[in-house]
Design a protein around this ligand. Structure first.
Ligand SMILES: Nc1nc2c(ncn2[C@@H]2O[C@H](COP(=O)(O)OP(=O)(O)OP(=O)(O)O)[C@@H](O)[C@H]2O)c(=O)[nH]1
Ligand SMILES: [Mg+2]
Length: 623
């Protein structure tokens, strides 16, 4: 099928266009680097159907990350046409790539001047006819989240395609090939772990191009041609843009303040505490007021009555509705423990993502993150991991060096609990006291810092300076926000339910067939002697292989002391990443890395758990 490519700098709205034009929902969030792979969908124009491709954003045709390399490869593959999305609030930044493509690649293009609502808010007006004349192609003003300008864009695209030459567009012009050759650069991203220059198409010691985006989003490119593009982009943006002298609005002033230490850090602490408070408080309330009464008074009695009415007492009945019965535990653990927190978490996190607050946190915490060996920008992926480690690890494709990818992935696997796991930890620890919950959080932070410092020493390579563009602070579009939320919750249930049910099934079989007792005796030296937990706690280690939250949930059945709960929580925090994470580690890195992380997490979980038990017991004996 004939290909049309969506191109542009990061965070300009490409994925919103893609979702609207193809009907396939892809994630859009208000930070650069949301899309890290490509997505293809069908788009109807008149009586023809085309293949529309959404790719990661890139500032130039020199890849600075694995994600950017994908976009560049698609341009080089010679699409029939390009929909180039420009950001009306940062025209200079988006025109740089537009000019490079126009000059060096002969691909028919239609430009969407997007985010015009935000530009209006900021008092920025752009002379669209003049811009169109200068670019030599149609430019249409759009507000992608409201689908404004889409009809016009589509009809001009259709026209452009009709006038396009029959032969596929040239992949790269002679000029581009020459410039690539002059610096030995093909626009590829080399993910060689052992080299410092593992990321860039050209090493900075060559006549090469080194992309360096400063905190304010200003981009410097040391290559003469590149500098020329930046200058041209700046000049053109200035020529077509008019900015009113009015004071910036409240939202823009707040957005600016959020990246300064004062009042940015107090605001950040407030946002973190408030978010945690909302998730814990609302999740607990939902559980206590609605979900637990529903499960205990209606659902479980219903299934118990149903099965006891026709199944005689014995192992089968116990597997279904006994102490670890599938029709008891699946509701208590999945519906009762996990789902309420996951829903509230997604409400809060999606809002933070779409508002553009996460990159602001990254800027604020850049200094601290740098001391840990990664750049502030990686904080976004680390925070994504609270939702689920899988997209977070995939998201590290936007990292600018291989070391950064590996560091962030390791930190996530060791010390960032996903919300499913966190929800069980919250329920488990807050049943005892808030102090226990706080102790687990502080310990998680200590583990996070220790793992980062250690990984920084072990992994070779380097980490780049902060590469982040601070986006506009936005009030998320209501429709887009709820749609994304709904899709995420649906996706969670769709993907997590199967493995969670499998874990519940394994638990019932192990308990009722006596295998659990057998294992408990067998592993007594480890569970009781070393970790100080009851033998039955081994169930947590077995189920934790399937999913992370299942490495905590079985502990709820065991009447543990607060100290034992603490040990259980720390073991589970450090313990194995779940099966899906293992799969994604093998895919994104290699089997060796996946096995290495699995072994290290397991050994460290058991080691740290045992040390805490013995040191704690010793201290208690002195008191
Ligand atoms: N107010 C407003 N927000 C928009 C508009 N277009 C997109 N957005 C928002 O801008 C953010 C970025 O949109 P994405 O579609 O993720 O941008 P992208 O270009 O695909 O970004 P990358 O994948 O990171 O390159 C999201 O929060 C969108 O909801 C617009 O016209 N107006
Ligand atoms: Mg995108």
């Amino acid at each position: 099928m004939t290909q049309i490519l969506l191109m542009g700098s990061p965070n300009v709205g490409k994925s919103v266009f893609f979702s609207a034009f193809t009907g396939i929902h892809v994630v859009s969030s208000n930070y650069a680097g949301t899309t890290v792979s490509y997505m293809e969908g069908k788009m109807a124009l008149g009586d023809k159907t085309y293949s529309l491709i959404d790719v990661p954003g890139t500032y130039t045709m020199n890849a600075n990350s694995e994600a950017e390399a994908i976009a560049i490869q698609f341009v080089k593959s010679g699409p029939k046409a390009i929909i180039f999305v420009l950001d009306a609030t940062n025209l200079e930044g988006s025109l740089r790539l537009a000019l490079e493509l126009k000059e060096e690649y002969n691909i028919p293009t239609v430009y969407a001047l997007n985010m015009t609502d935000v530009a209006d808010r900021k008092g920025i007006s752009i002379d669209v006819p003049l811009l169109s004349k200068k670019l030599g192609s149609p430019v249409i003003s759009t507000i992608a989240v409201k689908k404004e300008g889409f009809d016009e864009l589509k009809s001009l695209l259709e026209e452009t395609l009709q006038n396009a030459p029959e032969a596929p567009a040239a992949s790269a012009s002679a000029a581009s090939a020459a410039s690539a050759a002059s610096c030995g650069c093909s626009g590829e991203f080399h993910k060689d772990a052992d080299k410092d220059s593992n990321k860039k198409c050209c090493d900075s010691n060559d006549t090469a191009s080194t992309l360096n985006v400063s905190q304010s989003g200003e981009v410097c490119f040391d290559d003469a041609k590149s500098i020329q593009y930046w200058n041209d982009a700046k000049a053109l943006a200035r020529e077509v843009t008019q900015k009113s002298q009015a004071k910036p609005g409240r939202l823009d002033r707040l957005g600016d303040k959020m990246v300064k230490p004062w009042p940015g850090i107090p605001i950040a602490l407030l946002v973190i505490v408030l978010s945690l408070g909302i998730v814990v408080g609302t999740g607990k309330a939902l559980r206590a007021v609605l979900i637990l009464p529903l499960i205990n008074n209606y659902i479980v009695p219903f299934f118990t009555n149903l099965f006891t009415s026709f199944i005689p007492e014995g192992i089968l009945l116990n597997i279904l509705v006994g102490e670890y019965g599938i029709f008891v535990i699946s509701f208590e653990w999945i519906l009762g423990l996990v789902i309420p927190y996951v829903i509230v978490f997604q409400f809060v996190f999606t809002f933070l993502e779409d508002s553009g607050y996460l990159p602001r946190l990254s800027v604020l915490f850049d200094n601290i993150m740098r001391k840990l060996g990664v750049q502030g920008g990686s904080l976004i992926n680390i925070m994504l991991a609270f939702g689920c480690a899988v997209p977070a690890i995939i998201g590290t494709r936007s990292a600018t060096t291989y070391k950064e990818r590996l560091m962030v992935t390791t930190m996530i696997c060791f010390s960032v609990p996903c919300i499913s796991q966190l929800s069980v930890l919250i329920a488990m620890t807050s049943d005892y006291s808030f102090t226990l919950f706080a102790a687990v959080l502080v310990s998680a932070l200590v583990i996070f810092i220790s793992v980062a410092l250690l990984a920084n020493k072990v992994f070779k390579g380097k980490v780049d300076p902060l590469v982040i563009e601070v986006p506009n602070l936005l009030i998320p579009n209501r429709k887009a926000y709820f749609k994304k939320l709904w899709i995420r919750i649906k996706q969670f249930i769709w993907e997590a339910e199967g493995p969670m049910l499998l874990a519940v099934f394994i638990a019932a079989i192990f308990k009722e067939t006596g295998m659990l007792d057998l294992l408990a005796v067998w592993l007594e030296p480890l569970m009781v002697g070393w970790l100080g937990l009851p033998g039955e706690g081994v169930m947590a280690l077995i189920l934790g292989i399937v999913r992370r939250e299942m490495s905590v949930a079985p502990l709820l059945m065991l009447n543990l002391t607060a100290f034992q709960m603490y040990i259980g929580a720390i073991v589970s925090l450090l313990y194995l990443p779940c099966l899906s994470v293992f799969g994604i580690l093998a895919k994104e890195f290699n089997a060796k890395t996946a096995v290495g992380i699995v072994l290290l997490t397991t050994v460290s979980a058991l080691f740290v758990g045992g040390v805490i038990n013995h040191v704690g017991t010793f201290i208690f004996s002195l008191i």
